[in-house]
Design a protein around this ligand. Sequence first.
Ligand SMILES: *Cc1c(COP(=O)(O)O)cnc(C)c1O
Length: 382
Amino acid sequence: MNAPIYLDYAATTPVDPRVAEVMARHLTLDGIFANPASRSHMPGWQAEQVVEGARRQVADLIGADPREIVWTSGATEADNLALIGFMRANRARGMHLVTSTIEHKAIIDTARALEAEGFEVTWLEPGHDGRIAPARLAAAMRDDTVLVSLMAVNNELGSINDLAALSAVVHARDAVFHVDAAQAVGRIPLDVVELGIDLMSLSGHKVYGPKGVGALYVKRSPDIRLEALIHGGGHERGMRSGTLPTHQIAGMGEAFVLAESEGEADQTRIAALAERFLAGLDDLEGVHRNTDVTVAVPNIVNLSFDGVDGESLLMALRGIAVSTGSACNSASVEPSYVLQGIGVPRSRALTALRFSFGRFTTEAEIDAAIADIRHAITTLRG
Ligand SMILES: *Cc1c(COP(=O)(O)O)cnc(C)c1O
């Protein structure tokens, strides 16, 4: 059997071969593999230089200073450090956090853990377009609100929040703004200064870098202090201890360079592919788009299909690797909380599939996917 066509780039991307090549140079004895914290020898200094070069590459993409980048194991850890680290360090200023009901589980479960710790959380509801209205955020802000956490691009819908408008609301109330940008890098412009972002979570593997590495952007400001979650050795200015993975970090740096040079062209090409995909399904009855295309990235297309059962559809589509809602809850049959959160009826949410395209998606793959879907739908509907 042929390998399935991979249309699940929002769950993870393959590593770009150019990134893999850079990573391979930082693993073996003939490469720059040493511990970047080893100060007593040349290999250590070289590794440190590699790490610092990558720090600059990541910082450059988001308009930050390299000193504002803290390496983590991924966006999940960055989200935990931002929320828990900031709330614990700022107890004296206030105990209130604002976030939304359609955030990634890395935010939702972390905010729940903070509730259990005694912090108070307001859960904003999005509009039908999957975005948080700035007016709704303004109404939720209190005198004891210290942190607001909202995502840049939703991982199931592709909807893009108006970060500049939201940050204005946050700062008008002297709170701090955290953004989970795991799905946004290489998809939309992300300048932390222009957008007024104080903390921002990044991931390597959503943008053709390796899994297991990410970063938290922490604005240099006396107002922004974090309590470390991981202790030992005092790496990353005490905010995150642990030996830095030279190869992972070098790979993430290269991935961010490529996102900077190729992200826009990728998105233009992908937008045309998404249009081709939708045009190919256009005459099928009962296909619903769950995203408001006018405010979403083109690389994520979330569709529901009337008259078929979601699980049967997924089975019939074994030739295509796609996601039901989100990879993180594909083990459970509960419909996506994100789709329910934007008001998609339960029955329709149960038949939703997320198709996500990327740098290596071809027209031929799109055409094959269209043919597969058409065949599956007509067969299942009988
Ligand atoms: C994938 C993802 C995460 C988790 O990132 P990891 O690097 O896999 O930990 C967090 N938030 C969003 C929006 C994501 O898409």
